[in-house]
Ligand binder design. Structure first.
Ligand SMILES: NC(=O)c1ccc[n+]([C@@H]2O[C@H](COP(=O)([O-])OP(=O)(O)OC[C@H]3O[C@@H](n4cnc5c(N)ncnc54)[C@H](OP(=O)(O)O)[C@@H]3O)[C@@H](O)[C@H]2O)c1
Length: 144
């Protein structure tokens, strides 16, 4: 079954690769990323070119996981366009390396915010829609 999927942090690395692989597999994939009109404009274009070259449904959308407003807006747009959202992949994050004492508590707080709290921002935006869909599917199941 074809799903509508959003992946966070899909400007590079695993997120960009997963977005392409899932689009090739036939799904509608939103490669979400921050700063789509700035730093990540080239990454956005690359994803769009990939979609055209491979004739797949890979789309891009602005989503900064550090902002509740941005997460809300991205999920709202996806649902308005496709009528539903089936899968959320939390990928955005930072890995930090180094001696533990090299990091200030403020720096660790920033890492925690992106790696942990950001998933809650996206969940708060997406889960009400996913719950609605569970109700639809349960109702459909009861009819058949
Ligand atoms: N590579 C590994 O060995 C490994 C191991 C364990 C876990 N992980 C985790 O797997 C995930 C992907 O890793 P990766 O290796 O593919 O690293 P990566 O290429 O650095 O990808 C991380 C992505 O997160 C995005 N991101 C960061 N802050 C964001 C924000 N506020 N809003 C939206 N996107 C944001 C980055 O976007 P920008 O380009 O805009 O910064 C980037 O596209 C990360 O969460 C990482 O911690 C990786």
């Amino acid at each position: 079954m074809k799903s509508i999927i959003v992946i966070t942090g899909a400007s590079s690395g695993f997120g960009a690769l997963a977005a392409r692989a899932l689009a090739i597999a036939g799904h509608t994939v939103y490669a979400s990323m921050r700063e789509t009109t700035g730093r990540n404009a080239a990454q956005m274009e690359a994803a769009q070119e990939f979609a055209v070259e491979n004739k797949v449904d890979l789309r891009t959308i602005e989503l900064d996981v550090a902002s509740q407003e941005s997460a809300d807006q991205a999920i709202k747009t996806i649902v308005e366009k496709g009528g539903r959202l089936d899968v959320v992949i939390h990928n955005a994050g930072h890995m930090v390396f180094g001696a533990a004492e090299a990091f200030t508590p403020e720096q660790l707080l920033q890492v925690y915010d992106i790696n942990v709290l950001s998933t809650q921002r996206v969940n708060r935006a997406a889960l009400p829609q996913l719950r609605k869909q569970i109700k639809w599917f349960s109702a459909m199941g009861r009819k058949h």
